[in-house]
Design a protein around this ligand. Structure first.
Ligand SMILES: *Cc1c(COP(=O)(O)O)cnc(C)c1O
Length: 380
């Protein structure tokens, strides 16, 4: 390893979008792979929107000019959508309360730079949860304090979290990351968890990641105005079908947003990306019309899996399902890996994570194939 690389980076492994390596490659490479491992929408943008974007690219975007670094028109449109999404009429979110990132991943990094760097803070996460908080913190040398969750409903261990905050003094916990609903376990925040977040002192930033809001329809946006230490993250990568374009946003107090704006790179969002998000918002009724089908497919999929006593399933408030194998502890990991690999050989890519399996709800045809392949494997 090169001697000029920081020791924290030397110890890290680069993020793998599809972990599991090449084991279990599809048996026949000509079978199309059903990619239900990343919680993306199964649907590409409709052709008419792609044509519109192509037109914007050829007719409007000057390739030789830097993008609009103010993001103002997009922030206006997002503010309107956020207000609509939380049915806010009087105390409305303003564009000054929004910051845009190259995916919400970039915002997570900006949050950490603005709060914890140089030994000023550590972060608290409740595992299992979205891995990027911990990964980005590690690249920045920020300590990660971990607590567990209840096995019944994946509620955070609130007692352990309270203790962790009391104990971590050097550096103190500056940020608590919660996903609503959580990935990979698909549970929305419970009232007890929200109450716990409400009583945290103002020196602690509460980040509520609502990446799956459009599926859960549960949001804490209406509380933001009373809580200057809360920040909500959302993304265009899931329900809005724009994972390829990289757009996420943070909603919060103007001063917290101003800090994120200081940290971000001036041209973090390409012109094409900003245009895509604008087009997606303008046509949100068309794009979000696919959600009821995803929710009914989720119910169908869950009922089908629940038939097998070998699976332990949890309810989902998102566009994916989390389950574990009901096997003795010493067999679970091997059997879960095997199931994952065998599914991949048959053409279905799912995620083996946190001792269980996470499957994205895909198109009805994909879901049907996944269920049939699982059925065939369970019989063997
Ligand atoms: C998918 C996901 C995101 C989205 O990240 P982007 O960088 O916007 O694509 C953020 N948070 C969680 C919990 C996710 O699952």
């Amino acid at each position: 390893m090169l001697p000029f690389i920081r020791s924290a980076i030397r110890q890290l492994n680069a993020y793998k979008p599809h972990p599991g390596g090449n084991a279990g490659e599809p048996a026949a490479l000509d079978i199309p792979l059903d990619r239900v491992d990343s919680n993306e929408s199964p649907y590409d943008l409709p052709a008419e929107l792609k044509e519109k974007l192509a037109w914007i690219c050829t007719e409007q975007i000057e390739a030789n000019r830097y993008p609009d670094g103010s993001h103002k028109p997009l922030k206006d449109a997002i503010a309107q959508y956020v207000n609509e999404s939380a049915s806010l009429t009087t105390h409305r979110v303003t564009p000054e309360q929004i910051s845009l990132g190259n995916g919400s991943d970039e915002l997570i990094r900006s949050i950490l730079i603005a709060t914890c760097l140089q030994g000023e803070g550590s972060i608290l996460v409740a595992n299992p949860t979205f891995s990027m908080y911990g990964i980005i913190a590690q690249t920045l040398g920020i300590p990660v304090v971990e607590v567990g969750r209840s096995l019944d409903n994946f509620e955070m261990d609130l007692q352990a979290a309270t203790k962790a905050i009391q104990r971590s003094q050097n550096p103190p916990i500056r940020v608590v990351f919660m996903v609503h609903p959580n990935s990979p376990t698909a549970n929305a925040l419970t009232e007890r968890e929200v109450e716990w977040l409400r009583q945290l002192p103002e020196e602690i930033l509460v980040v509520i990641d609502e990446a799956y809001f459009e599926f859960s329809q549960q949001t804490l946006v209406s509380e933001l105005l009373q809580r200057p230490n809360w920040l909500i993250l959302r993304t265009f990568s899931k329900a809005f079908r724009l994972a390829a374009y990289r757009v996420g946003y943070a909603v919060g107090h103007e001063s917290a947003i101003a800090a994120l704006e200081k940290v971000r790179l001036p041209y973090n969002l390409p012109s094409f990306t900003q245009a895509a998000a604008q087009v997606a918002l303008t046509h949100r009724q068309l794009l979000l019309a696919a959600i009821p089908q995803t929710l009914s497919e989720r119910e169908r999929f869950s009922l089908a899996l629940a038939q097998y006593p070998v699976f332990r399933l949890w309810p989902s408030a998102a566009n994916f399902i989390f389950f574990r194998l009901n096997l003795p502890a010493n067999q679970v990991e091997t059997a879960t890996s095997a199931l994952c690999e065998q599914l991949k050989e048959r053409g279905t890519l799912i995620r083996h994570t946190c001792g269980g399996l996470r499957i994205t709800i895909g198109s009805p045809a994909e879901n049907q194939r996944t269920l049939e392949r699982i059925a065939a494997l369970i019989k063997d």
